[in-house]
Design a binder for this molecule. Structure first.
Ligand code: NAI
Length: 327
């Protein structure tokens, strides 16, 4: 468990400052849509825009971004690429999560993903030529706090709960995660608890997804399963994801990819990033603005068709401007 000493969060006359990290690929254009929609909805948010150079040879940009998120408490981000070949330059996405101790991530179904350790502990080395070892780290303290987050989610939204693991392969690490989950489950008999190996879980997600409500899992399983769920529902452009720690929150699309191949073509679906911005407004307590944008987004399904990204954004802005109740 990481020790964090939070600094006071800036709040200027009811407005929130939020760190915006567009990242690579379609990130910058999606952030442009968020700013456009916020402008028309009057959302009281000032963005502090920070670009992180993917080829940077040191961590200066990254450190600045992390300090900005600490100051603001909240960030919205695209996928930040790491293309430097210098030793010591680490994945920016993983570093942000770890530095801010954002230990859970969820998307709808709800998937609660341990977000800071497991296979993403970044402990890899070549022990002898041609042999690479990679360490998976599971701690009781992180399993425990993620386990408690799932109870809060269940109590707030759902009756049923499921958790998943693959104890048949990683006896000790997944075993610790599962045992900790079960220990917490005993204290909440009103919630139904299940467990399933991750392999079977992926198969059942595709064949019978409706059985799942709340799912909790370690980091890499969470990454894979959240991509499966996004794919089931309509692909990378639809669902948002939330990263939470005790002090900070970072909002982003549910799959964390860059969409480089479609960058600049005006075809990226803006809904995942706009939904992330709605999550962010809800988190900041701006419920009216969040609802205004959310209602405008759900007016129409945004799959298939020939509309350009900017057509979709314009349609959303039109709905906002026509809404009966503006905050
Ligand atoms: P990608 O960026 O190539 O996207 C996968 C597919 O989804 C592509 O066909 C893309 O065109 C489409 N897509 C993505 N966003 C879209 C949108 N808003 N609207 C419509 N279509 C959209 O995905 P890939 O290969 O997974 O990732 C690229 C980079 O992102 C890699 O460097 C990878 O390491 C990184 N990354 C991906 C994660 C993931 O969850 N997929 C997680 C962390 C990093």
């Amino acid at each position: 468990t990481k020790k964090i000493n939070p600094i006071p969060i800036a709040l200027y006359g009811g407005r929130n400052a939020v760190t915006m990290l567009p990242g690579g690929g379609i990130g910058p254009e999606l952030m442009g849509y968020v700013r456009e929609v916020f402008k028309y909805s009057g959302a009281p948010v000032d963005f502090e825009l920070i670009d992180i150079d993917p080829k940077g040879d040191d961590n200066t940009d990254l450190d600045y971004a992390i300090m900005s998120i600490k100051r603001n408490g909240v960030a919205i981000k695209g996928n930040i690429e790491t293309k430097s070949e210098s030793a010591g330059v680490i994945s920016r996405n993983v570093a942000i999560r770890n530095e801010l101790d954002l230990y859970t991530k969820d998307i709808d179904i709800v998937i609660i993903r341990q977000n800071t350790e497991g296979e993403y502990a970044m402990l890899e080395h070549e022990s002898v030529d041609g042999v690479v070892e990679s360490m998976k780290v599971v701690t009781e303290s992180n399993s425990d706090r993620v386990g408690k987050v799932r109870i809060r989610v269940c109590e707030k939204n759902w009756q049923k709960e499921d958790y998943y693991h693959s104890q048949s392969k990683y006896y000790l690490s997944d075993g610790l995660f599962l045992d900790t989950s079960k220990k917490i489950a005993k204290e909440y008999p009103e919630i139904q608890h299940n467990d399933m190996i991750i392999d079977n879980c992926c198969m059942q997600l595709v064949s019978n997804p409706h059985q799942f409500d709340v799912m909790i899992m370690t980091n890499l399983y969470g990454s894979i399963v959240s991509n499966v769920v996004c794919g089931l529902i309509g692909g990378a452009g639809l669902l948002s994801g939330k990263n939470y720690g005790d002090h900070y929150a970072v909002f982003e699309p549910g799959t964390r990819n860059t969409g480089t191949a479609i960058a600049g073509k005006n075809v990226a679906n803006p809904i995942a990033m706009l939904s992330a911005s709605v999550d962010m407004l809800e988190h900041l307590g701006h419920a009216q603005h969040a609802n205004l944008i959310k209602r405008a987004i759900v007016k129409k399904p945004y799959l298939g068709g020939t509309a350009k990204s900017t057509d979709v954004v314009q349609r959303i802005i039109d709905h906002i401007l026509q809404a009966d109740i503006r905050p």
